[in-house]
Write a protein that binds this ligand. Structure first.
Ligand code: 5RP
Length: 223
């Protein structure tokens, strides 16, 4: 199976977690694109399948709307049963690194509205310890140099993501060489640094379930 086929598999499987007629939270990325495609197809077959979606990015909003899914502003809902999103890395506790697609801030906002975070990923994303994938951090531009100095002091190797501006008008710093042994602590610490908008560690908003695409089918991890 190709990586693309594994993404299609878990994108479709995530539909089983979406209650009929509900509003669903939708993340961002190539795996989520497969979920959106599955949602669009389900809606075409049954116009009541979902009442709408709360989206975490301009990219996902455009794809949802093109498939006829109504997109609601996050401010218009008081809560969501389920948020479906991908991850750059996930460990066996359900902690994740996210932000490869630069949508981490809105992703964390929508995830925070949801009772359950359904993570969809191919099996290459499952790791023992977070940090092999460079940690994305959304930063207010004038704080970039100072935030990078702080990561260097922690032993990290920060790099500005060239030519990228987030949907919120900020920059992304990607930090490699971090060994994230205590994700919740690092998430809290880095979030305190002035100018950090969001750190791409999702430990406080961790996955409730992960649908992992493997050649043998979908493996379900619950946390
Ligand atoms: C975007 C994200 C994505 O969920 C993450 O990058 C995984 O993307 P993909 O499904 O394309 O591998 O956090 O900000």
């Amino acid at each position: 199976m190709t990586q693309d086929e594994l993404k299609t598999l878990v994108g479709r499987a995530a539909l089983d977690y979406v209650q009929h007629g509900s509003v669903v939270g939708v993340g961002t990325g190539s795996t989520v694109d497969k979920f959106i495609d599955a949602l669009g197809a389900a809606l075409a077959a049954d116009p009541q399948r979902v009442a709408g979606a709360v989206s975490s990015s301009v990219r996902s909003t455009e794809r949802l709307m093109a498939l006829g899914v109504k997109v609601l502003p996050a401010e218009s809902v008081t809560g969501l049963a389920v948020y479906v999103d991908g991850a750059d890395e996930i460990n066996r506790q359900g902690h994740m690194i996210k932000g490869g697609g630069a949508a981490l801030t809105r992703e964390k906002i929508v995830a925070d509205l949801a009772e359950r975070f359904v993570c969809i990923a191919d099996e290459s994303k499952l790791v023992q310890t977070l940090g092999h994938f460079p940690l994305p951090v959304e930063v207010v531009p004038m704080a970039t140099a100072q935030v990078m100095r702080r990561f260097t002091a922690l032993g990290g190797s920060p790099k500005l993501r060239e030519g990228v501006m987030t949907d919120n008008g900020n920059v992304i710093v990607d930090v490699s060489k971090l060994n994230i042994t205590d994700p919740a602590q690092m998430e809290s610490d880095v979030n305190q640094w002035p100018g950090v908008v969001t750190v791409g560690i999702f430990a406080r908003n961790k996955a409730s379930v992960c649908l992992l695409g493997t050649p043998a089918g979908v493996k379900t991890l619950t946390f």
